[in-house]
Design a protein around this ligand. Structure first.
Ligand code: NAP
Ligand code: MG
Length: 499
């Protein structure tokens, strides 16, 4: 069992308090590692180290090409260790090995993308068109790193979220203090080792562990921090925005979702049925952009649901390391209990349980936090199970009378992260997509994201975008540079207003 240390200012250190806690495998409750239980003093040390590194400029003043080289080196190590990291990620997060293999593959590819971006991203002064007037003045636009970035991530995609945060921040020359979710710190700690091994300048990357409420607040209010990037729940996102406002830090947020998945009457049912299961139940439903509100036309509704139920009833729950397993455990007992509470709420609200509904027990599952894949029908869009993020394997099925009604219910949500439409007629689906208030809309697909395509939410699903040049821009300040070319006092008649 590895006893990890925090990574602050280029040193591997214990918490100021010397306290540690154990990291638990959610499949069997066994301790798999330990990490320092940091506190506010550790946040301060990390932020001071990041500030110093930023101000000294070893990273922020480095050329994009040089930063690129180091990031690409890190990416190639991630690629070499893909198998090992997939396994660690499964043990840490309860993700099935098939999911974590995909994550480990994407982590390496995406960090390489951010590395390429670092080299290609234009941080040379850009001439501003219409303002390049010889004998008068020139205007240039310059992108610069924001400074010290606090980055806080959740437990559902711990490895990928660390990459999505570190990649663009480092590509653009910022320095970083990253805190993984308390439940899933392992891959962030592994990344610290890699950055150290490669020789990133001291203090550029700092990785700290411990409780989110106290440490998160310190990361959000510290006067040396310039930006906070957060992925997690909408409730914590709101707190972060409020706290960060005191010092007016830049804030980007990737928060919750309650995506509508609209099946049109002409959808290819073979694909749409499996696609709807994929949309809703991937990673036991612990995915912010999951399609958790399935909207079906009244016609054909019953057989669509029956087929999903049939497939879910034969789903294999078990050890995430077994490649045959489709459903692993939920991340923790509190998360499992919260999901079971929502199932109770759904019943009380009058929704009809079609399958699942209980903690999954049985031989192999007793020690884990397993919940049966669960479907509610007769859900109305104003029920809590249609409005609130459950973050577990629970699908709410809602009937619609016509497409206008489906769209209006889809948009009747505080969230707007993602949505999906299934139809054999792409133009018809595109028309629906254009009316959906969500940052990511899939037609005849779900969950597929590309590092080239901006991702983020409308409404209370967040603020800002990750990926693409748009994502990189979220980590830069814009400086306008005015260069006078007037040369003589006579050419500056406006001075006459005061002198
Ligand atoms: P969470 O409770 O919001 O925690 C997320 C992170 O914030 C953790 O590192 C947590 O630390 C930290 N934190 C907790 N309280 C904080 C505070 N007051 N100030 C600053 N940081 C604080 O969310 P979660 O339960 O880990 O994850 C599930 C949620 O994340 C879901 O609602 C899901 O929708 C959302 N999510 C969104 C996206 C997206 O891209 N939009 C992706 C993944 C997840 P501790 O772990 O120490 O509590
Ligand atoms: Mg939490």
């Amino acid at each position: 069992m590895e006893n990890y240390k925090m990574y602050i200012g280029g040193d591997f250190v214990d918490a100021d308090s010397n306290e540690r806690y154990e990291v638990i495998n959610p499949y069997n409750g066994e301790a798999i590692a330990s990490v320092p239980r940091g506190g506010v003093r550790d946040v301060d040390k990390a932020v001071v180290a990041a500030r110093k590194a930023f101000n000294e400029g070893a990273w922020s003043q480095m050329s994009g090409e040089e930063r690129s080289e180091l990031l690409l080196k890190a990416a190639s190590i991630l690629k070499q260790r893909m198998k090992e990291y997939a396994r660690l990620e499964s043990l840490d997060s309860g993700g099935t090995i098939n999911k974590t293999r995909a994550d480990a593959f994407l982590a390496a590819r995406q960090l390489a993308y951010f590395g390429e971006q670092a080299a290609n991203y234009n941080n040379e002064p850009q001439e501003i068109q219409g303002l390049m007037r010889a004998g008068r003045h020139f205007h240039y636009l310059i992108r610069e790193p924001i400074g010290v970035c606090s980055q806080i991530i959740p437990w559902n995609f711990p490895y990928l979220m660390a990459i999505w945060k570190l990649g663009p921040a480092l590509a653009t020359g910022n320095t970083v203090v990253l805190k993984p979710a308390s439940l899933t710190p392992i891959m962030a700690m592994e990344l610290a080792k890699i950055f150290d091994e490669i020789g990133f300048p001291k203090g550029v990357v700092n990785i700290i562990t411990g409780p989110g409420d106290s440490m998160g607040e310190a990361m959000t209010t510290h006067p040396f921090v310039d930006k906070v990037a957060f992925t997690g729940s909408t409730s914590v996102g709101r707190k972060i925005m409020a706290k960060a406002s005191e010092t007016m830090k830049k804030v980007t947020l990737e928060c919750g979702g309650k995506a509508a998945n609209i099946i049109m009457d002409d959808a290819d049912l073979d694909i749409a049925i499996d696609g709807s299961i994929w949309a809703s139940f991937y990673h036991q439903g612990q995915v912010c952009e999951a399609g958790t509100r399935l909207m079906l036309p009244a016609e054909g509704h019953d057989s669509f649901v029956e087929k999903i139920v049939e497939k879910l009833n034969s789903a294999k729950l078990g050890n995430p390391l077994d490649p045959e397993v489709q459903f692993g455990p939920l991340i923790s007992a509190p998360q499992m209990n919260s999901v079971l509470d929502y199932i109770k709420i759904g019943k009380q609200e009058g929704a009809l349980l079609k399958c699942g509904g209980n903690r999954a027990l049985g031989k192999e599952l007793e020690k884990g936090n397993f919940v049966e894949p669960t479907i509610f029908v007769n859900v109305s869009n104003d029920m809590r199970i249609a409005q609130e993020e459950i973050f577990g394997p629970v699908l709410s099925v809602i009937n619609y009378k016509n497409v206008d009604q489906a769209i209006s219910m889809a948009n009747d949500s505080i969230y707007g992260l993602s949505a999906g439409v299934w139809s054999a007629n792409t133009n018809r689906a595109k028309n629906v997509a254009s009316r959906l208030r969500a940052g990511m809309v899939w037609i005849n697909e779900w969950h597929i994201l590309s590092e080239l395509a901006p991702f983020g939410g409308y409404k209370q699903s967040g603020n800002g975008r990750e990926f693409g040049d748009v994502g990189l821009n979220e980590y830069t300040e814009l400086k306008t540079l005015y260069v006078d070319d007037a040369k003589t006092r006579k050419n500056k008649p406006w001075y006459d207003m005061v002198v």
